[in-house]
Every structure is written in structure tokens, then in C-alpha cells.
Write a protein that binds this ligand. Structure first.
Ligand code: NA7
Length: 536
């Protein structure tokens, strides 16, 4: 590999998570000079940062892994049905080692700015170390849930105790033993962390604005039989997940509507899936995300479960979501979340009715002047999803135009892969791609293969510049909107819609059309000489 100081790289990659690693692997094997940069001290991206107690993947481990190399998927052994963060990070490190990828990565380096120069048809990246890197192509492998975010609450800086964010957790183990802990947020991260925090803390206050729907994981060690069942048929199962499923994940897919079943049949089916655990629950019927009446049958089942599990009726009511359909926010998958509220050392505080007024040096105070004291504050307040990590880099395209300005009223990208006016800059898992609605590693593989094949095609044809066509981009953005409008997803104030960030445009960012359909569209685009892109 050529080093970054001797002039122009073929490709600069921002990020060394699962996207960045696969990019480096493919590009270096194709003979391109490539260098990646990551703010972290090691590979792994999401799994490097999200080290909070209880952090796990909610896609089953036999499916949440790379499929591009059969030797890799045969050799690696997952220990549990849902892998823990340390195990997934160990996997990322194993991949980096196995394919000798770390030599292409500069760690502890944040890319702060990227400028396109039309005369040389190349990008110049600036880093927080004061370096300048020039490359013909730039690929943003910055992740879609990687820009962690702490809300602005008056007095936050005055808090004198320990402060954590689930998505930027310290590397040293944190000991909450006997301490009073406050958690703000009840999304997926909080729902995984709260049962473990409750075990450790003297007392735990959970500050909830919006309750979430959660289904039990029923996590367990994987048996040799289960592993063998996948491994004996891995290539075919992966092909099926890629080409025949909307989320890149194999579940037990139903072929009928919830309304075609009798109430008794529905009850039995929901119960069966609830007992099996995981997001398989949401595939009990084929219309649960499109038909409100069908959706309500599943929501009603989960609401009854919450009331059954949680002993205090008032706490149960507070934990029960009533104002948005189930599955319109990403379904949470938990281990004993609801039951945790039966513990005497856990208090649920409703900050919807009585919002946080300010954080104080010793805790927080709500509008009604109720005071809560704690030694440690855990923000489980999520991410500036899909666009946040991209826009934290000051990206300047043709004529110095900024991506932040272009996306002021909502992100625009053709296929979620490239934004017109920003030539030679690709995005992995960008807005307009289906990635966050899928088994993201499957989406990552598809994006990376599309991008690297395209760069390879350009080399073979002697082409130096690629940009998205403005019309094609507009049609894609419209198609993303139409696909969402056919579902119930826009009915929730979710991070898919940008609703968790004050002032962020309310637009359905991911493509709801399915990874199977998206893959076919991308393949057709490539086969038609990259239709909708302008190559020169
Ligand atoms: P989420 O799902 O965005 O959850 C964030 C939580 O924090 C949610 O309960 C929010 O309540 C709450 N929140 C955010 N800002 C505030 C303020 N200002 N005050 C009170 N409460 C607040 O993030 P996660 O990290 O849990 O999960 C993100 C994804 O990562 C997840 O879907 C998986 O795909 C993996 P709100 O609902 O906005 O009322």
C-alpha cells in the first residue's frame, strides 16, 4: 500500500466499523491504494463505542455477521443467540486480523472536513491532527447510528457526579455498586441497560418521556445443533436473506393478514412467538406494518403483557405505549425489562407529564419542583441518526457548496449512495438506503460491493468522475417518501423521521421498500451503465 504522504490516494475511507473494514478489504484486494480514518482507537465502530452494561445486538448472531467469505463464517463461533457487545467487537477485531486490514487504518483521527476540487477531480480531507489527505474518491463509512447525542437541558454542565452516554461508554469498567443512578431515555439502549443497572445500583431512577414496545429476547447459549443448522447451509440461507427478505434477516414469515385469523388463533400465534423471543414477533402476520387494525391486535397483545408483568398498576400504565402503532419505532428486544420495574430499588418517573426543568449539581428537578438526587447520570438519549455523522464532517462539493446547506430541509441522496453536486463521494448506509431497517451487515455488504464495483468499473473505462443526476436523485427521494407513505411508519415520532432531534426536518429517512427490492434496483442501475449517475 502506498502511504498517504506520497500524493494522491485512490480512495479515502472515513470510518473503520463494519462498513469501513469491508471497504478496505475489497478495495485493497482490487489493487487500489486506500486509507481509512477513525476517531476510535480500534476497529468496530458502533461496537467500539456502545459498551454500556447489557449492550447486545437485537439481530440473531448467526445472521448478524459478514457473509462475503465462507471460511470466515464457518470458522467463527458465536456463543449466544444474541451476541454481546464484547463478542461482536472481538469478531470485528478477528476480521481485521484475518484479512490484515489494520495496516490501512489511522486510528484516533477524526476527519473534520472534506473539500472537492474540480480541477483535479479529487477530494482533500482535513483531520483533527492537522493533516491533509488527497484522494480521488472518498467513501463515508461513518455509520447511521454513530453520532451520539446529549439533549440540551438547562444546568446540565453543573452536574457534579459521573456522566455517561450509552453510545460513548468508557473503556474502563464502571462500578455503580450501591450508587444512586439516573437514566434519561427508554429506547433500545436504555431497555438493554436498565435491568443490568438495576442489579448494580443502590437505587435507579428511570426518567421516561415516551414508553416503548419491547419483546423478550429469550437469549440463550447457542447449541451445537443450532450452529450446525446454519453452517451446513450458510451460503443458501444468506442468499435467501439477501434476495428474498425485506430486512435481510430470515424470520418465520407469515403469509396471511392478522384479520384473516380468529382472535383465538391470533392470541396463540402471538403467544408462541412471544415465547420464542426476538423480533420474529413482528412477522406473525404479513400486514402488521401496513394495516392499522391488524397492527392494533399485536399492540394490544404486548400492552396486556406489560400489565401482566408489572405489578404496580400505575407503573404498568406508564410503561404502556398508547399513542403510536407498534413496530413504527424499531421494536426493542429485552431481557427482563418490564419485570425490572417490580424491584424495590427502581423508580419510573414520568417526564412527559412533568418534564425535566433543569439538571442540578446533585440530580434534577422537574417542572412541578420534584427533586431527584443521584450520583451518576446515564444519558440513553440516542443518536442524530442517518445524517448526524455525515454532517459532523464539513463536506464541500462542487463550487464549495456545503452538504449541510443542501440537506437543510432534509437529506437528498440517489439510492442513499451519493448526493448530487458531491462527485466521487459515496456514502454507505446513507439516508434513502434501507440499511437501518435491516440486518445492517447485509446492507453494508451490498453497499460496499456496489461502490467498489463502480470504482473498479470506472478504472477499467478510464473514467475519473461520477456524480448523481439531479433528476434521478429527486425521483429516488420521492420514491422513498412514497414507499414510507404506504406503511404506518410515519405515524410515530421516531429517529427514522428525525423526530428525536429538535429542529431536524421530519422526513422518513430510510427506504422502507425492502433490501430485496433495493438490491434489485441497484443491480439494474449498475447493469444499465450506472443509470441515474453521470460518469465522465
Ligand atoms: P433512541 O431509540 O433514540 O432512544 C432515546 C431515548 O431517549 C428515548 O426514550 C427518548 O425519548 C429519550 N430522550 C431523548 N431526548 C430526550 C430529552 N431531551 N428528554 C427526555 N428524554 C429524551 O436511542 P437508543 O440509543 O435507545 O436506540 C437507537 C437505536 O440503536 C435503536 O433503535 C437500535 O436500532 C439501536 P422520546 O422517545 O424521544 O420521547
Amino acid at each position: 500500500d502506498r502511504t498517504l504522504n506520497d500524493g494522491l490516494l485512490d480512495v479515502a475511507v472515513v470510518g473503520a466499523g463494519f462498513s469501513g473494514l469491508y471497504l478496505i478489504h475489497r478495495l485493497s484486494r482490487l489493487g487500489f491504494s486506500v486509507k481509512a480514518f477513525d476517531s476510535a482507537g480500534d476497529v468496530g465502530g458502533t461496537w467500539y463505542w456502545n459498551r454500556y452494561p447489557g449492550a447486545r445486538c437485537d439481530v440473531e448472531s448467526m445472521q448478524y455477521s459478514y457473509s462475503f467469505d465462507d471460511g470466515l463464517q464457518q470458522d467463527w463461533n458465536w456463543s449466544e443467540r444474541f451476541a454481546t457487545q464484547p463478542e461482536i467487537l472481538a469478531y470485528a477485531r478477528h476480521v481485521a486480523e484475518r484479512f490484515d486490514l489494520k495496516r490501512f487504518v489511522q486510528f484516533n483521527t477524526t476527519v473534520t472536513r472534506a473539500d472537492y476540487d474540480e480541477t483535479t477531480q479529487s477530494w482533500t480531507l482535513a483531520t483533527d491532527k492537522g493533516e491533509r489527505i488527497r484522494a480521488r474518491f472518498c467513501v463515508m463509512a461513518t455509520g447511521c447510528l454513530s453520532a451520539s447525542r446529549i439533549p440540551e437541558i438547562p444546568g446540565a454542565a453543573s452536574f457534579a457526579g459521573e456522566i455517561y452516554h450509552t453510545g460513548a461508554w468508557p473503556h474502563e469498567p464502571v462500578d455503580f455498586g450501591g450508587k444512586t443512578v439516573g437514566v434519561i431515555g427508554t429506547g433500545s439502549s436504555a431497555i438493554q441497560a436498565i435491568p443490568e443497572l438495576a442489579e448494580q445500583a443502590g437505587h435507579l431512577y428511570v426518567f421516561q418521556r415516551t414508553p416503548n414496545f419491547s419483546v423478550p429476547a429469550r437469549n440463550a447459549p447457542l447449541t451445537p445443533d443450532e450452529i450446525a443448522r446454519w453452517k451446513s447451509d450458510y451460503p443458501a440461507l444468506r442468499k435467501r436473506a439477501r434476495e428474498e427478505t425485506r430486512s435481510g434477516t430470515i424470520y418465520e414469515f407469515a403469509v396471511k393478514s392478522a384479520l384473516e385469523a380468529t382472535p383465538e388463533e391470533r392470541e396463540a400465534e402471538y403467544q408462541r412467538r412471544w415465547d420464542k423471543g426476538g423480533a420474529n414477533f413482528m412477522h406473525a402476520y404479513n400486514d402488521l406494518v401496513v394495516n392499522e387494525q391488524s397492527n392494533e391486535t399485536a399492540a394490544d397483545f404486548v400492552r396486556r403483557k406489560i400489565r401482566e408483568i408489572v405489578q404496580d398498576p400505575q407503573t404498568a400504565e406508564l410503561l404502556t405505549p398508547t399513542d403510536y402503532p407498534i413496530f413504527t419505532k424499531r421494536i426493542c428486544v429485552d431481557s427482563d425489562y418490564y419485570a425490572t420495574f417490580n424491584r424495590p430499588n427502581v423508580t419510573l418517573v414520568d417526564i412527559r407529564r412533568d418534564p425535566i426543568e433543569a439538571i442540578t449539581p446533585v440530580g434534577l428537578v422537574t417542572r412541578s419542583a420534584a427533586r431527584y438526587g443521584f450520583d451518576a447520570l446515564v444519558y440513553a438519549t440516542g443518536f442524530d441518526a442517518m445524517t448526524g455523522a455525515l454532517l459532523r464532517v464539513d463536506i464541500r462539493g462542487e463550487g464549495g457548496a456545503s452538504l449541510r446547506d443542501k440537506w437543510r430541509d432534509g437529506p437528498k441522496a440517489y439510492l442513499g449512495l451519493m448526493s448530487a453536486g458531491f462527485p466521487n463521494l459515496f456514502m454507505v448506509t446513507g439516508p434513502g438506503s434501507p440499511s437501518v431497517l435491516s440486518n445492517v451487515i447485509m446492507s453494508i455488504e451490498q453497499h460496499v460491493e456496489f461502490i467498489t464495483d463502480c470504482i473498479d468499473h470506472m478504472r477499467s473505462k478510464g473514467l475519473a468522475r461520477i456524480d448523481a443526476d439531479v433528476g434521478a436523485e429527486e425521483r429516488w427521494v420521492a420514491h422513498v417518501g412514497e414507499a414510507a407513505a404506504g406503511t404506518l411508519l410515519p405515524k410515530a415520532a421516531s429517529w427514522y423521521m428525525g423526530a428525536n432531534i429538535p429542529g431536524k426536518p421530519r422526513i422518513m429517512m430510510p427506504y422502507v421498500g425492502g433490501v430485496d427490492r433495493y438490491r434489485r434496483i441497484c443491480s439494474e442501475v449498475a447493469a444499465k451503465n450506472y443509470e441515474g449517475f453521470v460518469l465522465a
